[in-house]
Design a protein around this ligand. Structure first.
Ligand SMILES: [Zn+2]
Length: 233
């Protein structure tokens, strides 16, 4: 039995949050949730009408257990740092952890590897990161929460120096719609945007970056091109 149905047989009037192309409206029959799917950049997103208020989101985030002493939590970030391989990146001295929540663990683990890392979070650690220029911006389990993912991506690129790196962890969605509608990652009510590698490739092409590497599952490393590279790709 199908777990989802197209809301109508035509393209929806909602445009993609990333590439602004037309999307397909879909409905999750089991959980009674509306989604949109963009085939141009392979992005799913929940119906923006269902997005939660700032207060509601904070209530949910306050429940997140971020015990810095926990070995599991350290191992979790270590997997991300292993993927990142800081020593393989050129000229990385100053980094930003975008969407750190209440934790400073990733920043302190990066410091152990010789990289100074600021921590930014719109709720728990706000400051004007846009005014600084970073060599590297990392963002783990944040992009799936973004109400305006394209604008956030552009803002992060603005805070990166030319040739700087952007490393993102967010689970890439399954390939088929059937699998998407039974995917655990959609269960969290604060998860609203679901990316694929293609979504990031489309963003990279549109905004002057290149994909350096991905683990094919939930991590991707991009690099902001220099001005010369943009003029002569
Ligand atoms: Zn799109």
């Amino acid at each position: 039995m199908k777990t989802y149905s197209p809301s109508n047989s035509h393209k929806s009037s909602v445009v993609c949050l990333l590439c602004e192309k037309h999307t397909e409206a879909l409905f999750d029959e089991k959980r009674k949730r509306a989604y949109y799917y963009c085939s141009s950049c392979s992005l799913y997103f929940k119906d923006p009408k269902a997005y939660q208020s700032f207060v509601k989101q904070k209530e949910r985030y306050d429940l997140h257990e971020n015990n810095q002493e926990s070995e599991g939590y350290r191992n979790y970030f270590q997997r991300f740092l292993d993927f990142l391989s800081l020593s393989s990146l050129e000229g990385v001295d100053l980094a930003l952890d975008f969407g750190c929540g209440r934790s400073r663990l990733l920043a302190s683990m990066m410091k152990e590897e010789g990289v100074i890392c600021d921590s930014y979070d719109p709720i728990y650690a706000p400051f004007e990161y846009e005014k600084k220029r970073y060599d590297l911006i990392v963002s783990t389990e944040v992009f799936e929460h973004l109400h305006h993912p394209k604008e956030s991506f552009v803002s992060l690129l603005g805070a990166l120096r030319e040739g700087g790196y952007l490393a993102i962890q967010t689970a890439f969605h399954p390939q088929t719609k059937e699998a998407f509608f039974s995917w655990y990652y959609t269960e969290d009510t604060t998860h609203i945007v679901f990316f694929s590698i293609k979504s990031f490739e489309v963003l990279a092409l549109a905004y002057g970056c290149k994909v350096i590497r991905t683990n094919g599952k939930n991590m991707i490393l991009l690099q902001k091109r220099g001005n010369e590279e943009i003029l002569c790709p």
